[in-house]
Design a protein around this ligand. Structure first.
Ligand code: SAH
Length: 371
């Protein structure tokens, strides 16, 4: 992917894709292999300053320092949960804060990162939506979250090989924000996550979750082959319009068409994860499960049922465990692979939709809803 390196805006090394690094090296009169060497220092060895790159001459390091900084966001608060989930409140330069969550499982460690400060979409059951939108995160701020988590987990320390579930083996763009509304920075960050000289994660292990910004999905398949999760939450337009209002602009039929194109016309991981939040008496009836199975039957994928995580004045309740199991049974009998997401980190408010952060709402939505 071609990245334009703006001298003003992008000075942070964590924001540069490999092609951009190549371009920068050319500009400062360095050979192309230098770009690979720098990336490896940063992402493989975890160098925290340009001066750590000891096999690069001092003169070259000075040149690099005149163009680049290596700057990570800072940890404001560190909250470990009883179940091993970890939430960090991250301070950004602008004075805003975002949250980042690490979820250890048996054989993997999943890092949930944010793509925006707040969110401009107004999904009715999500607490981030209540805070309104402040700004997009830069590429460096998105990549910086992964680097910061790896450091905090001690991945770069000595020769100790951490067990799989104490390392960042998977990244999900499921924190605050709608990733496809921050298209350029998010796709550049994904590029760095997947690149062999970057974090080198496989496309199966990096998942972008979207509420369904259809035109951006078509653009995504041109530049990336990352795994896709779709926040479906309802099998009919009437209900989805209410829960995920962007559906009024891009209704289900169009969304499903775009999903199909994404997995069939690109080299993407060929299975979609359909996310479906379980809301008591709203979308959890037996007929909803049948309708859902019918809707997605032609597209390879699996359903992930997410128990609703309540927050004050949400107006919703989570479906009972009985209902959730019944819903899953129906889907499975219809041939749809279905999992139920274990709710993690509840005691620290790190579960889905509870990522509060601290947002200065530029849309002033918080004020309007409070008054
Ligand atoms: N904007 C993106 C990514 C952020 S949300 C998207 O919509 O996909 C990540 C997932 O958590 C989405 O499926 C979202 O719908 C879900 N979610 C949001 N609030 C929730 C809540 N209170 N309980 C359970 N899941 C929630």
């Amino acid at each position: 992917m071609k990245q334009v390196v703006s001298k003003e805006v992008e000075k942070n090394l964590y924001g540069l894709t490999y092609p951009a690094m190549l371009e920068l090296c050319e500009e400062i009169g360095e050979k192309p292999y230098r770009a690979m060497q720098i990336m490896k220092w940063v992402y493989h060895k975890g160098a925290s300053s340009i001066d750590d790159m000891t096999d690069i001459s001092k003169k070259t390091r000075e040149k690099l320092k005149s163009r680049l900084v290596l700057e990570l966001p800072k940890v404001l608060l560190d909250k470990p949960s009883n179940d091993g989930t970890h939430k960090w409140l991250i301070q950004l330069e602008s004075g805003n804060a975002i949250e980042m969550v690490f979820i250890p499982e048996d054989d993997r460690g999943t890092l949930c990162v944010s793509s925006q400060v707040g969110c401009a979409l107004e999904c009715s059951f999500c607490s981030t939506a209540r805070q309104g939108f402040n700004r997009n995160l830069s590429t460096a701020e998105i990549v910086g979250q992964v680097m910061l988590a790896k450091r905090l987990l001690g991945e770069y320390e000595g020769d100790v090989q951490q067990s799989q579930n104490r390392r960042v083996t998977n990244v999900v763009l499921m924190g605050m924000g709608e990733p496809l509304l921050n298209f350029t920075n998010v796709t550049q960050a994904i590029d760095i996550m997947l690149n062999d000289y970057g974090f080198g994660l496989s496309k199966r292990r990096v998942t972008l979750s979207t509420s369904g910004v259809v035109p951006a999905l078509y653009r995504l398949k041109e530049v990336s082959d990352v795994s896709l999760a779709i926040s479906l939450h309802a099998p009919y337009d009437t209900l989805r319009n209410e829960l995920v209002p962007i559906n009024k602009k891009y209704p289900l039929a169009e969304l499903l068409e775009a999903c199909k194109a994404y997995i069939t016309e690109s080299s993407a991981y060929r299975k979609i994860t359909w996310e479906y939040v379980m809301l008591k008496d709203v979308n959890d009836r037996e007929e909803d499960a049948f309708a859902l199975a019918k809707l997605i039957k032609d597209i390879p994928g699996k359903v992930n049922l997410i128990p609703f995580n309540p927050f004050p004045n949400s107006g919703y309740e989570c479906s009972s465990m009985n209902r959730i199991n019944r819903f899953r049974e129906i889907l499975q009998r219809q041939g749809v692979v279905t999992t139920v997401r274990k709710t993690r980190g509840e005691d620290i408010d790190a579960a889905c939709g509870q990522l509060a952060g601290r947002v200065n709402d530029r849309t002033k939505r918080t004020k309007t809803t409070n008054s």
